[in-house]
Design a protein around this ligand. Structure first.
Ligand SMILES: Nc1ccn([C@H]2C[C@H](O)[C@@H](COP(=O)(O)OP(=O)(O)OP(=O)(O)O)O2)c(=O)n1
Length: 168
């Protein structure tokens, strides 16, 4: 027991150890991009992977994803009551959406990692923590003041985006 308290943390896994076929770790967006490019190339499907075709395929997969939740009503986080088979299916449809999104970004020449990180930064400017907390606290303690806080948050959002509409 004393050993575990004083031992140094285990070394971070090597990058190649994190790669795996299923559930063995994470793939980067860059790696997914390469895998999708190879998949299309090997099948001579590059010619079909135009921006418009990929966008339509992506929307189709979002539809298939939506069907899984259709008519179920609200479901609790973690989907505790779902069968394993249903969760497997959900994973497949989520993956289809992700893969087409990655491929569409690649074909359009967009660096998705860079764009997503930039967008997160823009979101943080648009929705400052202080204003969100202020709004939350006011709603909790005094519901009648909530509209004032909501206006302040909206003002902050407007001024943030009016300076830079690039990511909106
Ligand atoms: N021209 C294509 C066709 C498929 N795929 C890849 C990306 C998706 O991850 C998956 C989509 O395959 P399907 O069109 O067969 O769709 P589903 O797997 O959802 O099958 P189904 O619609 O029968 O449920 O295959 C692709 O890259 N380019």
């Amino acid at each position: 027991m004393s050993n575990t308290q004083t031992a140094a943390p285990p070394p971070a896994p090597k990058r190649e150890e994190m790669k795996g076929a299923s559930g063995q770790g994470g793939l980067t967006l860059e790696e997914l991009k390469e895998k999708m490019a190879n998949f299309a190339k090997e099948r001579d499907w590059d010619k079909f992977h135009s921006p418009r075709n990929l966008l339509l395929a992506l929307v189709g997969e979002v539809g298939e994803l939506s069907e899984i939740f259709q008519w179920k009503g609200e479901v609790p986080r973690g989907l505790p009551d779902w069968e394993e088979q249903e969760k497997l299916h959900l994973g497949e449809e989520l993956s289809d959406v992700l893969l087409y999104l990655v491929r569409l970004s690649d074909i359009c020449g967009i660096d998705l990692s860079k764009a997503a990180l930039r967008k997160i930064e823009l979101n943080a400017i648009k929705y400052p923590i202080s204003l969100c907390n202020q709004k939350h606290n006011q709603i909790k303690t005094s519901p009648e003041t909530a509209p004032v806080a909501t206006t302040a948050a909206a003002d902050a959002a407007t001024s943030a985006t009016s300076n830079d509409n690039g990511g909106v």
